[in-house]
Each structure stands twice: as structure tokens, then as C-alpha cells.
Ligand binder design. Structure first.
Ligand SMILES: Cc1cc2nc3c(=O)[nH]c(=O)nc-3n(C[C@H](O)[C@H](O)[C@H](O)COP(=O)(O)OP(=O)(O)OC[C@H]3O[C@@H](n4cnc5c(N)ncnc54)[C@H](O)[C@@H]3O)c2cc1C
Length: 365
């Protein structure tokens, strides 16, 4: 009989507040060191002005393909529009690509925003001109090329654009659906690398006082396994430092990783990728790992005999135990998935004494 493990219980829903001690040091943009707000390409004003166009009762598009609506929804196209939205509702929710998100069937009461162009733009500082405007001595960092991306940019587009330009660093994230903001908040990655490896500066607004654009250098961000400590902020963009390389070789690597994932994960199914974080064992578990080791949640789910388990339209993938899928979104519901998450958690705890924590974010209320 394996030793019982306990892991910390985490609230199922998102929490925007953070203990004071964990708050990163937030520096307002410092002229002469970093680009100022009017120099950042993704922070350009929008020709339609600063007013928000709010849609009532709008669907929230997620990869699961199920779940309720947002009472209010807005595409936010400039920092000024985002500031207006935050002043209206500091606790608003930000939707990225919806690839790690499950929305309760009853939907969410407040405002949901999605960042759109130019907050979804990607600008490669080709000749160092952007950087030179503020610091003309040096525009690369350790021989790297700087790229300015809006948080609403789709990761795969930024990856394709930078790889085509012969810049390496993002190709290791092939196959991960995300917007740049969502990828940074979750520190998206896996066996091949993580986004934290290429982030040089994150630009964000505080919810309670959005007037100042803040810049967080990489060293001040507590990136960890699938975490960044930044979820309480609204990320608006980032400066990435990429490594010049051969475009053909980078493209081939991207394809190789993508092909590997297609054979080991149900990449085209309706899911949120891995539903649970890989847990750290508190005691050795025969055939699984040693105490202190982070082990695969998918393996535990598989060993517990849960692959293929179904509740309504929600099913544990046969290919990868940590992928919980909705195989009929038209008739499916978030409640089927929530029930399956709880069932899997219970069974794994019963069998191994390990409590699995959600990686998927659940929006409710
Ligand atoms: C098929 C598939 C494969 C996957 N494979 C992987 C993998 O290999 N590795 C991995 O790490 N993940 C993987 N995932 C999960 C998902 O791709 C990542 O978690 C990704 O980072 C989610 O980004 P998103 O933009 O979709 O965020 P969303 O799902 O839209 O949001 C997730 C959270 O981020 C917050 N957020 C989003 N944007 C911002 C912002 N600008 N500012 C503040 N908060 C924000 C949201 O409010 C929410 O709390 C996979 C998912 C799928 C569907």
C-alpha cells in the first residue's frame, strides 16, 4: 500500500488578491532605461478612440467549447480603453486564447475583456531602432534580438513570425495554444522549455491604479512551474529576448515538437491541455518517484485506471491521462467536466494519497 500523501488545497476558482509579501516590486517605466509608453508599439493609441464597446451576454470562447456567457464583454484595443475598463471594474477578467480555462455553465457576472490589435501586435526590433531611442549604447542583450509583443498576440503567430525571421527561443513552445499574456501568467511550457526563458520585461497595469504602465524586469518575476505570480495584474505586453539562428533549422525543430505532441496528446480535442499540475511527492511512491520529486499527474491518473472514464460528455483521454476532454461540445456542459475533475481527483487521492491541484482555471460567479 503506498504511503499517503497530502498536498495543499487550492481554491478552485481564480483569486486576484495576493499576499503582500509575494507582491513583486513594481517599477513605473523609467525613462532612459526602458522604452516609454509612447515608444512601445503595442501601446499605440487606437484610431477609434478610448471608448469601450461593451457587448451584453456574450459567449466566452474557450478550447473546451462549453460553458456560460459573460454578462459584459469587450474587445480592448488600447491602453486607454483598458484603463477605462479597469476604472469601471477593477476585478474584470482577462480572456486570452481560452486554452486553460473552464467557464461555469452559469457564466460570469462581471466584465470580461479580450486584448485586440495593437495590444495583439508583434514587432521585431530589426535594427535596434526602438531600443536605441532610449539607450543607444546597446540594443541587444547577450547577443539577442528584442521583440515587442502585445499580450493579446497569439503565441503561434509570434512563434511563426520570429522563427521566419531567424530568431530562436519560442519554437520550443510549439503546439501550446495561448495568447502571450496567458502564456506569461501560466508560464506555459513543458519538457522542451518555458516562456520564462525568453521574457526580458513584462509590461502591465495594476487593477486598482491603472494610470501608470509598470515594467517588470525578468529578475523580479517569480516564475515557477506553471506560475508567474502575476495573475493579480493585467499584462499588456512583453519584451522578449530571442537568439539569432537559422530559420530553416528553427522551423524544423518547431515541426518536430509539434509532431511529437500530436502522437502523445489529443491536441485537436476540446480540452484545456493538462487539467492538473504535476504534483510533488511528499513521500516515495513505488514505481512513480521519490519524495520531493515532481511526477506526472497523467501517469498517476493512468495507474489509477482512469483513462477512458466518462461522465456525460466529459471523458479522460485514452492517449494522455491528464487531458480531460469534452467530446460533444454542442450538447456538453462545463458541469460534466467539473464533475469529472472532482472524480479523478478523488480516485487519485484514494489510490495514492496524492491530492491533484487544478492547472485549469475555473471561472464562476
Ligand atoms: C491542446 C492543448 C495543449 C496544451 N499544452 C500545453 C503545454 O504543453 N504546456 C502548457 O504550459 N500549457 C498547455 N496548455 C494549456 C494552455 O495552452 C496554457 O495554459 C496557456 O498559457 C493558456 O493561455 P491562454 O492565453 O489561452 O490563457 P486563458 O486560458 O485565456 O487564461 C488563463 C488564465 O490567464 C489569465 N490571463 C490571460 N491573459 C491575461 C493577461 N493579459 N493578463 C492577466 N491575466 C491573463 C486569464 O485571466 C486566466 O486566469 C495546452 C492547452 C491545450 C488546449
Amino acid at each position: 500500500m503506498p504511503t499517503r500523501q497530502t498536498t495543499e488545497r487550492r481554491p478552485k476558482e481564480e483569486n486576484h488578491t495576493m499576499p503582500e509579501a509575494l507582491m513583486p516590486d513594481l517599477s513605473p517605466l523609467a525613462a532612459g532605461d526602458l522604452l516609454t509608453e509612447d515608444q512601445l508599439p503595442f501601446a499605440a493609441p487606437h484610431p477609434e478612440g478610448d471608448a469601450l464597446k461593451i457587448e451584453p451576454e456574450a459567449p466566452i470562447k474557450t478550447w473546451f467549447g462549453v460553458g456560460g456567457k459573460a454578462r459584459q464583454f469587450a474587445h480592448v484595443r488600447s491602453l486607454a480603453q483598458l484603463r477605462n475598463a479597469l476604472r469601471m471594474e477593477p476585478a474584470l477578467r482577462v480572456l486570452g486564447d481560452g486554452a486553460n480555462l473552464l467557464v461555469d455553465d452559469s457564466g460570469v457576472r462581471g466584465l470580461v475583456v479580450k486584448l485586440a490589435d495593437p495590444l495583439s501586435s508583434c514587432t521585431i526590433d530589426d535594427d535596434g531602432q526602438l531600443r536605441k531611442r532610449t539607450r543607444d549604447s546597446k540594443w541587444t542583450h547577450d547577443g539577442k534580438r528584442l521583440v515587442y509583443v502585445g499580450a493579446g498576440a497569439h503565441l503561434f503567430k509570434v512563434m511563426n513570425q520570429t522563427v521566419a525571421a531567424g530568431l530562436g527561443g519560442l519554437e520550443v513552445l510549439a503546439g501550446i495554444p495561448a495568447c502571450v499574456g496567458g502564456a506569461i501568467v501560466m508560464n506555459a511550457g513543458g519538457a522542451f522549455g518555458q516562456i520564462a526563458d525568453v521574457v526580458r520585461t513584462v509590461y502591465a497595469l495594476r487593477r486598482e491604479d491603472p494610470s501608470t504602465l509598470i515594467a517588470l524586469p525578468r529578475e523580479r518575476i517569480a516564475f515557477g512551474y506553471r506560475s508567474s505570480g502575476l495573475g493579480h495584474l493585467v499584462i499588456v505586453g512583453a519584451e522578449l529576448a530571442l537568439t539569432p539562428g537559422d530559420a530553416g533549422a528553427l522551423k524544423a525543430r518547431m515541426k518536430e515538437i509539434n509532431d511529437y505532441k500530436l502522437t502523445t496528446q489529443p491536441m485537436r480535442a476540446n480540452s484545456a491541455g493538462c487539467c492538473f499540475k504535476n504534483p510533488v511527492l511528499l513521500a516515495p511512491l513505488a514505481g512513480v518517484g521519490e519524495a520531493g520529486q515532481r511526477v506526472s499527474a497523467g501517469k498517476l491518473i493512468d495507474l489509477a485506471g482512469l483513462k477512458g472514464t466518462r461522465l456525460g460528455t466529459a471523458v479522460v483521454s485514452d492517449l494522455h491521462g491528464n487531458f480531460l476532454l469534452c467530446d460533444d461540445p454542442e450538447h456538453g456542459s462545463a458541469s460534466d467536466i467539473i464533475a469529472l475533475i472532482e472524480l479523478v481527483r478523488e480516485k487519485v487521492q484514494e489510490r495514492f494519497g496524492v491530492r491533484l491541484e487544478n492547472e485549469v482555471v475555473v471561472w464562476k460567479g
